[in-house]
Every structure is written in structure tokens, then in C-alpha cells.
Write a protein that binds this ligand. Structure first.
Ligand SMILES: NC(=O)CC[C@H](N)C(=O)O
Length: 205
């Protein structure tokens, strides 16, 4: 693997530009992925935040669903933020009946867990594997992880502060092998440490 891996951002819907900028800031080459041929040439892939039902529908319409599942089974490193986390879950609560799961992490994720769009939520979370202090986590109509199997590693939880309410202690970052997911959006804060962690996972793959 070269020092600057080529990392794709799935560009069907969602905050694609922000992930491209964060990946570049994290020392990777970044490119958009919309077709199977583009998926085939990347060393890693980001599934952005956005709307998971829409992205799942477009994945099927663009003939990317099966190729993406196949590449993940083959060991492609993938990072999903928010809607991307939902897509990577084996099982979701609160999904639409026609919503497709990409899968990759043996976890159950609850959609829109923190409340409505207006109730976006921010917290500083300790993130295993990310040095340099807590990560400022921005949650926007975010999911949280209800449960993970022993195959998956919990990397971050919402701190149990009085203001956190029901969100306190919830799992919001998970890794299973080469697949990483966060319920929040590190691509929105200008802090590239989570993207650097992912770029390192791609270099190691
Ligand atoms: N910011 C986000 O990615 C929100 C995710 C969205 N609520 C969904 O269910 O897909």
C-alpha cells in the first residue's frame, strides 16, 4: 500500500464534499464513487452521512449493492458515519421495510435515536485508538448502537453526564476488522483524527 491510499467516498447522496476534504486533510487521496468500476479501484471507501433509506435505494439502482458487499467480504476497509453507520449494521431498528443493509458490522443500530432533526446533539467523547484527547462529536438525527456482538469492538460511548439523559452511555463508534462506523460526523468539525485512523486502517490492509 502506498503512503497515500486512494479512498473513495460513496457519492450518491449525503455529505460527500466534507468527507473528501477530511480524507485529503488526513493524508489520503480522495475520489468519488458512483459506479462499480470506480468502486473496484479504491483502497478504501467512506459511506457518508445523509439519509440511509435514500442511499440504500440508490446503491441498488446504481448496481453497487452486491459489488460493495463482495468487496467488504474480501476485506475492503470501509468507514460509515451516521447514515453510513446505519448501512453497515447487520440489523436496524426503525428502518423502512424496503431499506437494504450493506452489512459488515455485527451490530443492531437504532435509527433517529437521539430525537428529531431539531434535536441535534454534541458531546466530547473518548475514542479508543484516537490519541490527543476527546473527539468533539456532532450528532444530527443520528443513530446509536443498541448492541454489538463479541466480534465488534466498541470504540466510543456518549459520556454519562447529567445533560446526556437517555443518550448517556450509548455506543457511538464501533470497529469490526476493517470496518469502522461512527454515529456522529467527524467530517464536519475540521478535526481529521478519525479519518486519519481510517486512512491508517487502509494503509495496513
Ligand atoms: N446525519 C445523518 O446521516 C442522519 C441519518 C438519517 N437519520 C438516516 O436515518 O439515514
Amino acid at each position: 500500500m502506498s503512503d497515500r491510499p486512494l479512498i473513495g467516498v460513496l457519492a450518491l447522496q449525503g455529505d460527500v464534499r466534507e468527507h473528501l476534504a477530511a480524507l485529503t486533510g488526513a493524508g489520503a487521496d480522495a475520489t468519488t464513487v458512483r459506479r462499480p468500476a470506480e468502486l473496484a479501484r479504491v483502497d478504501g471507501l467512506v459511506l457518508p452521512g445523509g439519509e440511509s433509506t435514500t442511499i440504500s435505494r440508490l446503491l441498488a439502482a446504481f448496481d453497487l449493492l452486491d459489488p460493495l458487499r463482495a468487496r467488504i467480504a474480501d476485506g475492503l476497509p470501509v468507514y460509515g458515519s451516521c447514515a453510513g453507520m446505519i448501512l453497515l449494521a447487520e440489523k436496524i431498528i426503525g428502518g423502512r421495510p424496503d431499506q437494504h443493509q450493506v452489512g459488515g458490522i455485527d451490530m443492531v443500530v437504532r435509527r433517529n435515536a437521539f430525537g428529531r432533526q431539531v434535536d441535534s446533539f454534541e458531546a466530547d467523547v473518548d475514542f479508543t485508538g484516537v490519541g490527543g484527547g476527546p473527539v468533539h462529536a456532532v450528532f444530527i438525527r443520528a443513530p446509536w448502537v443498541e448492541s454489538v456482538s463479541a466480534a465488534a469492538e466498541v470504540l466510543a460511548r456518549v459520556p454519562e453526564t447529567p445533560g446526556a439523559g437517555e443518550a448517556g452511555g450509548r455506543i457511538v463508534a464501533v470497529r469490526q476488522g476493517r470496518v469502522l462506523a461512527t454515529a456522529f460526523h467527524p467530517e464536519l468539525t475540521g478535526d481529521h483524527r478519525v479519518h486519519r485512523l481510517f486512512a491508517d486502517m487502509v494503509r495496513e490492509a
